[in-house]
Design a protein around this ligand. Sequence first.
Ligand code: SF4
Length: 347
Amino acid sequence: MSRIDVDEARRLWLEASDDELRELAQGVRDRFHEPDRATYMVMRIINYTNICVAQCDYCAFYVLPNQEGGYVLSRDAVFAKIDDLLTVGGDLVAFNGGFNPKLPLDFYCDLFAAVRERYGDRVEFYALTIAEFLYLADRAGLSYADAAARLRDAGVHWVTGGGSEILTEDFRKRHAKFKYLVSDYFEAQRAIVESGMRTTATMVIGFDETLDERLEHLQRTRDFQDQCLADGHDGLFSFLCWTYKPYGTAFGGREIPAGEYWRHIALSRIFLDNVRHVRTSVLTLNEDAFRALEYGADDFDLPLEDEVTEKAGARIDLDLQRLLEVPRGLGYRVEYRRAERPAALTA
Ligand code: SF4
């Protein structure tokens, strides 16, 4: 199948049956991966601080500065969480927290350098999301290129595309007006790529976004990746989509059905024909996430912890062996995938 445009994607979403979408998505998946193989990682998200000034209305995690209940994890607490992850066989950490005005970029560079020094390549870590990176670079008065170089020199290999939710300016105005402009998001992500670090694409569905907003998000993501590849960069390693958890948030709402998520994964797999991995979200969908492997996904995380989504209603299942039986039961050979050091940073 050749590349589809937004009009064709809209038509597929509105008119194609589940079987048709699944078949088309499998066709694109097969270009990159063996049909019956799925890969996974065991990871934990470490939420180093819950203090945040961004005030996104879909977030149940943050407290404002000077409100009760705010915290910043000590370095020992971070190390203890990583040690715990290693004990159960995991090797990926994702650092994610609020926009805490008391923590400058130097704080993070020191933390990440300490993690790299203590664990070397035994643990890979996603240092920040693009959203946090934007906040820290702006507060430090640094260009995105200079801020990216500071992180890379501190031992960081990955800054993920998290904090994107839905990448349209309208969505940001409705729900996260203090966060960033979409144009800034991609400019920062480009600086990450050019620094030699790697990045990923993410998306969250199930707020009040329209179909056109979902399609705009996919189009901007594909355009970004096209440009990276044309300029000789690897660009986006993967695309991960998860579902909004509405409990305890100011915005509220309801969870979308798993079937809608599976269809969206299929549409994303078909549309993002230039991104190698499409990842499904066990964090927010539990066992239901694995059916997305039949709709074009090829990879997933088994998370131990994420306070951000848990505060909004996510329920994390720590019986990893039982979870792995679900994709096996669907006919997949599941294999552990170690996080890769980016080629540009290979010693
Ligand atoms: S989603 Fe992130 S940036 Fe937005 S309020 Fe929550 S912690 Fe802050």
